[in-house]
Design a protein around this ligand. Structure first.
Ligand SMILES: [Zn+2]
Length: 425
């Protein structure tokens, strides 16, 4: 199905050389030897194998230091690729990404109900793998982003109410079907890792990632996801911020997601519109016969509409309480805000910062620092490639100078796709 079977560099020597190559290309054999500590004979022999297996190629010559000019070697980023997939309620996006990374081919498939999700995932993967085979692209593995809790060591989806998946051994299912390495991971975790490696969190070992579309989240400690006992850690949306608040589907009361999500914003506006408070948003109801969406509310707030602004401020106030709780618990002061509210504008961000500055624990010497995510659309696709590569090779993929990660979603036709993490339940 996947065309040629990938020849994964498996010896310690091969991996050591490949690591130096990925991080320092273009590089001569002499410098590879210097950085790895390997003998010239070992470098020559292993580089020759890597060239034969299409992992490296000769690209020009270095300046001569007397005698023959040494050849410069590069990492072959174009021959190998990963299939990276994002499962969302009602749709699946799958893209074949090479190691630049650059999208080679993408598919978007809709499905009607959760019962069709798995079959749609299979058919989408099959179509993409077939395309790779025809184009002689060697597929190294599959990464799948899921809106739900995932036990990373087994690739089992613990719970995804959006997909109606419970204890689904997704990694095993896909590995058996395609005979390829498969990584299954929670969407917010992948988004967080993308920000932590390549985005606005790259200078911080530890950070809190919050995706406000549905108030999912992830906690990164020393560059790794904090998972908890069952993989459900970081589900910030189900932290209670009101002891006697509304009943949540998760069983708790007053959960953050009920007060700081797109739906919460829409409900806030709806309540004000029903009270006949003047707003430009009445026009949407009058002309389209429906209530304004979160996106429309944010646009109205940017134009100064008071109903939209007040609703957005109420959401910011609730989210601030949630952020303060997480910051106080983990003593992690760097917070990356992803999802749609990252675009909500100064009204939202300023109010958030104001409350946090006022209420965060006085013990901390450093001020809590909130930044918006670099990857606004489909960050889980970037994270998926990153995790799949790291699991194959044991080191991080350094991007090629030509790589433009932020442009990838748009280049495959999904600018409207939010990288929203979703609460598991
Ligand atoms: Zn809840």
């Amino acid at each position: 199905m996947s065309g040629r079977t990938p020849v994964v560099p498996d010896s310690t020597t091969q991996r050591a050389i490949l690591r130096v190559l990925v991080q320092n290309e273009p590089i001569s054999r002499v410098d590879i030897g210097r950085l790895t500590g390997l003998s010239p004979a070992s470098v020559t022999e292993t580089v020759s194998t890597l060239i034969t297996d299409n992992w490296a190629y000769v690209s020009g010559e270095d300046v001569s230091t007397g005698g023959r000019r040494p050849e410069l070697l590069r990492f072959n980023r174009t021959r190998y690729a990963y299939v990276v997939t994002a499962v969302h309620p009602h749709r699946i996006h799958a893209v074949l990404l090479n190691l630049d990374p650059k999208p080679l081919h993408a598919l978007h498939r809709a499905f009607q109900s959760p019962e069709n999700a798995l079959d749609t995932l299979f058919s989408t993967l099959e179509e993409l793998l077939e395309w790779a085979k025809v184009q002689s692209v060697v597929v190294m593995g599959i990464a799948v982003s899921v809106p739900g809790t995932v036990e990373a060591s087994t690739g089992t989806v613990g719970l995804s109410t959006l997909m109606d998946w419970h204890d689904l051994r997704l990694r095993d299912l896909l590995t058996e079907r395609y005979s390829l390495p498969v990584n299954v991971e929670n969407d917010a975790n992948l988004a967080a890792l993308a920000e932590n490696r390549y985005g606005s969190g790259r200078d911080n070992e530890s950070m809190i990632y919050i995706t406000t579309s549905a108030t999912g989240g992830s906690i990164v400690i020393d560059r790794a996801i904090y998972r908890g006992s069952t993989g459900a850690a970081g589900e910030i949306g189900h932290m209670s911020i009101r002891a006697d608040g509304d009943q949540c589907a998760c069983g708790n009361r007053g959960c953050l997601a009920l007060y700081a999500s797109e739906m919460a914003l829409e409900m806030q506006v709806l309540r004000r519109l029903k009270q006949q408070i003047p707003s430009e948003l009445h026009a949407i109801l009058d002309s389209h016969g429906r209530y304004p969406t979160a996106q429309e509310i944010m646009v109205a707030a940017r134009r100064g509409d008071s109903v939209a602004t007040n609703a957005l401020v109420a959401v910011a106030e609730a989210l601030a309480v949630g952020i303060i709780n997480v910051v106080n618990l983990f003593d992690i002061w760097f917070v990356v805000l992803g999802g749609s509210f990252a675009n909500a504008g100064p009204v939202f961000i300023d109010r958030l910062n104001e409350i946090i500055a006022d209420r965060a624990h006085r013990l901390y010497a450093r001020a809590v620092h909130i930044v918006t995510a670099d990857f606004r659309h489909a960050p889980e696709l970037i994270g998926g490639l990153m995790v799949a590569f790291e699991n194959t090779f044991g080191f991080s993929l350094k991007l090629s100078p030509a790589a433009n990660l932020e442009a990838i979603p748009e280049s495959i036709g999904i600018p409207g796709l939010q990288g929203e993490g979703s609460p598991a339940v």
